[in-house]
Design a protein around this ligand. Sequence first.
Ligand code: PLP
Length: 460
Amino acid sequence: MPATRVLGEQLSVSRNTVVLTYERLTAEGYLESRPTVGTFVTSALPENALFLKKFSDSGSGFADQDAGERLTARHPVLFQGRAQKVVNPNQHKLSADFWAGRPDPHSFPLKPWRRHLLHHLSVAGAHLTTYNDPAGIPELRKAIADHLGPARGITATPEQIIVVSGSQGALNLVARLLIDRGTNVVVECPCYQGAAFLFESLGANLIPVRVDQHGIDTSDLPREQAGLIFVTPSHQYPMGATLPLQRRAELLDWAWETGAYVLEDDYDSDFRYQGSPLSALFGLDQHDCVIYMGTFSKSIGAGIRLGYLVLPRDLVEPAQTIKALLDNGHAWLDQATLADFISSGSYAKHLRRIRHTYRKRRDCLINALQRHFGNVQLTGSEGGMHIIWHLPNDFPNAIEVQKIAEEGGVGVYALEASAAICLHGDTCSQRALILGYSSLSESDIEKGIARLSKELSTRV
Ligand SMILES: Cc1ncc(COP(=O)(O)O)c(C=O)c1O
């Protein structure tokens, strides 16, 4: 390379500019300086290490291998299964979409989140470059343990908590822990697709137990041995019942007698509008047979993909091993941000605020349904983010109502069109419509139900 002064004169720029340019090109590996000799273009340009050569350029013989027939069959894909619907494929076509389980898009706690995130970015040190505990950072596990005591009646040490990627991460971890081909797994009917489809994909033998107006019917629990029972006692998904204390006790007795673990999914229990919440099954369990899973998908947002498991002590070690095998741990920055968000009191404040908003939206939906359709039969309205409307006898079935509504730009859903599944065929779901309200403003709820009424009045 020319001397810096010479090149500066040639290009009519200051020598400093040339010096800086040489320094930058040297740092990036394009130039190398040899003391007392000068600056040279490097013989191994960085591009050679960064970008692949095309096979044709490198003269590989791969192209020849494509010709001719393969002699052995390719190994079969062993996975067989289907996935839950968490995204509504039609959402952009609708003017009011009552798809269930979505938080208010404007409710994300941006200000405190940004504050905690920026703080942690500035003090991150080596946390962003090294591995952290795959089970979760200690600060977050402690913050979750402290929150669960007063909120859910759960006494657990931070060591019993594993941070996972939402409930789906928790389900996968527990499934690896307890389910093998042929394992009996009891599920509520109807239940959450995400759980049923996962267990099914691993070859579990699903035993559905009907849900009535109080939740899972404990008198119908199977007598045979089961590895696991998956339940949503706080707000049954999708029917919305809260499991009474008596049934909670019966369920735990059954688990103790048959040797099954209970997997308690507490997905939307932060939203309770009537009466005080019942203690989680984990808090009532005397025999260390309950595994509790919680998610921040509903209370903060599904985009942050954070949830947790609380494990009985004898499952902690194998579960930690599986977590390491699954993903080596969740992103440190997100965990650190969430830990501060909870322990600073911002989370409790955020929950109080959105609980209030969702309660008003629930009331608005119930009022609108009553005004337009008279004495409607609803369940699941004591908490959560959706209600179930049991359609009157003179209405078409739920799938028909869904279609009619969709033509008018309104999204209301038969159970199996949402994230629910009925394993007894469609017998328990034909007359039930699921209506989520948490993501819609009161004015959108009013307009949506008015529109639904108009569309249905021409067909009913
Ligand atoms: C019953 C139930 N559990 C859990 C979840 C949340 O899943 P995740 O935490 O993976 O976002 C949902 C979402 O709709 C749900 O309906």
